[in-house]
Design a protein around this ligand. Structure first.
Ligand code: B4P
Length: 182
């Protein structure tokens, strides 16, 4: 199975849900920039205070802040990893390309989880995290389309993109993902 993976998709598509499942089953590092940022917020660090305000508006945290977090984690782990919610901008994708080249760990697959906007909104309203209210969710979808969706072409050009239909139950989607990674 491919072991250096990246999960891409709109907010609420299930990146976190599937990345946790796949990484624990296969002993891979799960690196979620959202979780790492929320840990900084919970710890009350100055980075967390800056990030909380941005996240609660549905905006993206700055590329430099996110990159510093990722570089530290990724360089120290070579068994395989699942990147979840990172990169989210072209600048982050280009920085990641460079980092992976330096540490000689190329991406083997980018799993794009696709789902209709209305289903995304319903799922996130059910989840009810601090940044999950309808106005903020719709703003996050807009930011996704503007800033993150261009990464689909970026990774398509690298020949690593696998699109997965994100509707259905969690197990069904997990099976689709595993089948695409053989
Ligand atoms: P993230 O933490 O990445 O969260 P997300 O995109 O909202 O959710 P995800 O797609 O992982 O959905 P999940 O599995 O939880 O980002 C939060 C914020 O952090 C961003 O808005 C941004 O501000 C900041 N941030 C993070 N990374 C950044 C970066 N690289 N650069 C800048 N800023 C960054 O699933 C959603 C819900 O659906 C859950 O409740 C789940 O239980 C449910 N669900 C999942 N699969 C389902 C299924 N098959 N059927 C029904 N429900 C399902």
């Amino acid at each position: 199975m491919k072991k250096r993976l990246l999960f891409l998709g709109p907010p609420g598509a299930g990146k976190g849900t599937q990345a946790v499942r796949l990484s624990s089953k296969n002993d891979l590092l799960h690196l979620s920039t959202g979780d790492l940022l929320r840990a900084e917020v919970a710890a009350g660090t100055s980075l967390g205070t800056q990030a909380a305000e941005i996240m609660n508006r549905g905006e993206l945290v700055s590329d430099s802040l996110v990159l510093s977090i990722v570089e530290n984690k990724l360089s120290s782990f070579s068994k395989g990893w699942v990147l979840d919610g990172f990169p989210r901008t072209l600048a982050q994708a280009e920085a990641l390309d460079l980092l992976l080249k330096t540490i000689n760990q190329p991406i083997q697959a980018v799993v794009l989880i696709e789902l209709d906007d209305e289903l995304l909104v319903t799922r996130l309203l059910d989840r009810g995290r601090e940044d999950d209210n309808e106005d903020v969710i719709r703003h996050r979808l807009k930011v996704y389309k503007e800033k993150t969706a261009p990464l689909v072409d970026h990774f398509k050009k690298q020949g690593v993109l696998q699109a997965i239909q994100g509707s259905g139950d969690i197990e069904t989607i997990a099976s689709r993902i595993e089948a695409s990674l053989i």
